[in-house]
Design a protein around this ligand. Sequence first.
Ligand code: ARG
Length: 377
Amino acid sequence: MIICKRLLYLIQSDTSKMCTIAPRGKSSKMNLEMEFEKLQTSNSKSLLKKYLTPEIFHKLKDQKTQMGSTLMDCIQSGLVNHDSGVGIYAADADAYTTFADLFDPIIDDYHKGFSKNKVHPAKDFGDYKKLGNLDPEGKYIKSTRVRCGRSIQGYPFNPRMTVEHYKEIEDEVSKTLTSLEGEFKGCYYPLTGMAKQVQEQLINDHFLFKEGDRFLQAANACRFWPTGRGIYFNNDKTFLIWCNEEDHLRIISMQQGGDLGDVYRRLVTGVNEIEKKITFSHDNRLGFLTFCPTNLGTTIRASVHIKVPKLASEQQKLYNVADKYNLQVRGTTGEHTDAVDGIYDISNKRRLGLTEFQAVKEMYDGITEIIKIEKDL
Ligand code: ARG
């Protein structure tokens, strides 16, 4: 049943029909040329502004992907939010090819040296036993989390998804997950009909995504909310899957404390199980395909919630180590937030051009150094 609908969608993927089956959000009424002018004269620091030169803009502005996605579909978030760090999303898998003149330099810049002729290595989770506990004394690390993103093959990304796509994906994902066993056994909770209180509790515990991220909203990624959105978790709440938030799937392993080895082991085992049942979009050059170009390749984000009050009062030192080890420093409650009480969310920044194991190892080495510096201050 699911397969039939998907095939039908692919057969129908003619541009004129696409517009009627995948309605655009209000930002589509923006005038592309005018918004481009505004971005150019703004003081935006986004990678979109840096690489969308007039020459590239004129070359790409009338191009469309096979599914009918336009330049506007990809850059509207960056046009609305001049404070974006990146400012671009792929409206469908093909967008990475059709708009390569813009995506390639942005990908190269973000992932620190993934030039056009580079090819992402084959998937290699490596040996989790080589990663230990980052903070055996439990003094600095509150919790550890490793996640990856996956897109289901044959479906477009958010701006091109119909309400049926959201429902079909939720159906496929929840069915697959409820067949998991052992430490992965759990339940799927759709957002539709979830009590506000339960939802808020899950968000406060850092289990569930927030609603209404303005960057995603402007990217047309929140249509039909909460349809098709939901969360799965095992009984211990250490293995979670987000359905249809930014990506079709976000697979997450997390627990209190600093045992990165155990968190990574659980993620790898869980992903391997799910990959036996669902086929994900993968590209020879870019690895696993995700909505946001920052997540391409391994899609791995390995992070800790770490309390480093001394480094917090000498922030430049923190940023210097972060730079040296390719780490990204976020505030206490994640992206686009501030640090409270010297608690940061620190993760690997690069996900493309290195293996899964190397991506996690970059975080491991960087956090080891951060703890060492904090101890010595
Ligand atoms: N589009 C946002 C920006 O450019 C987020 C980029 C990375 N984060 C993400 N959740 N994909 O700042």
